[in-house]
Design a protein around this ligand. Sequence first.
Ligand code: SAH
Length: 374
Amino acid sequence: MELSPPSNKINLLGLNREAMQTFFVELGEKPYRAEQVLKWIHFEGKNNIADMTNVSKVLRHKLSDIAEIRPPQIAYEHTAPDDTHKWIIRLNDGNCIETVFIPEKNRGTLCVSSQVGCILNCDFCSTGKQGFSRNLTTDEIIGQVWLAARSLSQKNGVHDNAVTNVVMMGMGEPLLNFDPVVSAMNIMLDDLGYGLSKRRVTLSTAGIVPALYRLREVSDVALAVSLHAPNDELRNILVPVNKKYPLKELMQACKDYFEQQPRRYVTMEYVMLDGINDTPDHAKQLIKLLNNVKAKVNLIPFNPFPHTPYQRSTPEAIQLFQSLLLKAKINCIIRKTRGTEIDAACGQLVGSVKDRTKRSQRIRLQQIQQEKNP
Ligand code: SAH
């Protein structure tokens, strides 16, 4: 596939309502033009300025000279037997990211990426092993929702579930790309954008504590935290950013996040790794840790990927773990694994990252050495 030629025109796809209003005012136009254009792009799924029939012809011409709607391109797409759908999206610089749609009976969840690769290097996540290339821009983040919504509506019948929920759980750490992520989430929440409620847009983080406090000031989306371990010693290994923001600080930030909204809960994600974090003793530690934190726990059976030393916990271990939490009155569900056949499950998203950290190279060298001297 050819890369699109570079363009100097402003990409209207990446402007939320506020930015769009500023854009029109600076152009000497009325701010309400922003609402019209926002609706055409996101609500109607249009990428052609000429189609915006309630905008005067003169203004459409003026706009076309300086602006365009430039979505990223779909490089490949795959559908799993369970109807989970994955798009591999090629960005203008040749990097690839992945977006996944998970249809369920009464909802359709889109899993959106925030960065090309990830810098955090969590030990059980294949995205981390790819290294990191760069942050996504607002148009590249919202462009994933735009592409998915459009492609699902065109497929009509195959997937009649449109996007009802968005989770920022694709590649990358959303809180390390703060402004573009918040701006894209604003378009998801906007009635003229995708009109999703604050409970249906979830940001998932490995626990960047200062950014959690910042987020609380500017947004009220749902929050998921990738916890994965009940003590600092183990979490330092599994989620190395814990060394910077240890559990005590993270739990305080979680308590504070919904302080003003007492009926909302933080979702704690906990990947189940055989013999590593899944024993009854870990469950007890977790119960103690979550004492006083309004949380629900999502147990995620580990999804293996090549060369990982970890294995998925047994179904018996997962069930026992869940029952201990439930007994302690902690809301806890076991997440159903979806899309494994097409590598679309949690932690399997790798895209194609021009790794600037050289991490993938170092890991490959270690593997070669191990293969030579087992
Ligand atoms: N960086 C953010 C967003 C990624 S979300 C975060 O850490 O929350 C992806 C979710 O899938 C996280 O909870 C992550 O910890 C989990 N995950 C990663 N690798 C996994 C794997 N191999 N199996 C199951 N879950 C995994």
